[in-house]
Design a protein around this ligand. Structure first.
Ligand code: ZN
Length: 310
């Protein structure tokens, strides 16, 4: 069993409208936009990163807003719900805030004894807030949400699968252990995690396959400290029979990707070098940042990309 993985690093999803997406995650959820760059594989599309003050791994929600993309179709083989952690006793605040903002899909639930508030993102994205009194991570304080209520980072993601077994085995190989089960739900957690150490697996044998589109999670990334540990994980996965990409430079982290038995795309990303690699912490996310291979496109992209509010 591996011990290099410390929880989630980031979750990356698809959106239809960059301005709406930006407004929802900054003004709605009170997260900080920590990077405004482009999709390295499709540079005429933004890659927007929302997180805590520093873009700490385990707090980073990222989006590819593709104009005119069709809506995703929820189903199996994907991340169904991305869950953020908030302080104990704050769901009433969030429910009022969301109602005032016209956020849809609001519903209260209990899962594994935790209070949660489900809500939908601008493209029907499946989200929830969970009250976690043990979460000591510091929130972003300038997002318009009071410090006592603000989001601390990810709590977990919930994978929706036809048959959770093989993915559960994979997660155990990656260092996760089952800590609870309830009906068709399995909860796994990684020891000594970064605060975003939980994965839920929801088994839905009869459900239809998910269709990727706006509101869908594209992939979920797990955090390792550095490149040496990433190579250890890559080798172990390949020795077990997984097809893993070479290490790819994403400027703010190094990435490897592999498809899991249940259909979800996993990434393993390094905590190094981080989002302050090319701009001061005080000004993260303000300027359009381009990777060196796309720097020559700047005049075109500055004309073409939708301007975003700060
Ligand atoms: Zn990623």
């Amino acid at each position: 069993m591996l011990d290099q993985i410390k929880g989630l690093h980031h979750v990356t999803s698809m959106a239809a409208d960059a301005r709406q997406n930006n407004a929802f995650f900054t003004h709605g959820l009170g997260l900080r936009r920590v990077k405004k760059t482009v999709n390295f594989d499709a540079p005429d599309v933004y890659h927007l990163y929302y997180a805590d003050e520093f873009g700490t791994p385990g707090s980073v929600m990222t989006y590819f807003p593709f104009p005119h993309i069709g809506k995703g179709r929820p189903g199996i083989g994907e991340v169904g719900t991305t869950v953020f952690s908030v302080p104990e006793g704050t769901l009433d605040y969030w429910e009022r805030r969301f109602a005032e903002q016209g956020v849809s899909g609001l519903s209260r639930e209990d899962r594994f004894g935790e209070r949660r508030l489900a809500f939908s993102g601008p493209d029907g994205d499946g989200f929830a807030l969970v009250e976690d009194k043990a979460d000591k991570r510091a929130p972003w304080l300038k997002g318009g949400v009071p410090a006592d209520e603000a989001i601390r980072g990810f709590h977990s993601v919930s994978l929706r699968l036809k048959d959770g077994g093989a993915t559960e085995e994979l997660l155990k190989f990656m260092g996760y252990e089952e800590i609870e089960r309830q009906g068709n739900l399995r909860r796994l957690a990684v020891a000594n995690g970064n605060g975003a150490g939980i994965i839920d697996i929801e088994t839905l044998p009869g459900a239809r396959l998910a269709g990727l589109g706006a509101g869908s999670v594209h992939h979920v990334a797990f955090a390792v400290e550095d490149r040496a540990r990433q190579l250890e994980v890559r080798k172990a996965l390949m020795d077990t029979g997984y097809q893993v990409t070479p290490v790819i430079d994403r400027d703010y982290f190094w990435a490897i990707y592999f498809r899991t038995p249940g259909g979800v795309l996993f990434e393993v990303a390094t905590n190094e070098p981080g989002f302050d690699r090319d701009e001061d912490t005080a000004h993260l996310g303000e300027a359009l940042k381009l990777p060196v291979q796309h720097a020559h496109l700047r005049p075109y992209l500055e004309q073409h990309l939708q301007p975003l509010e700060d």
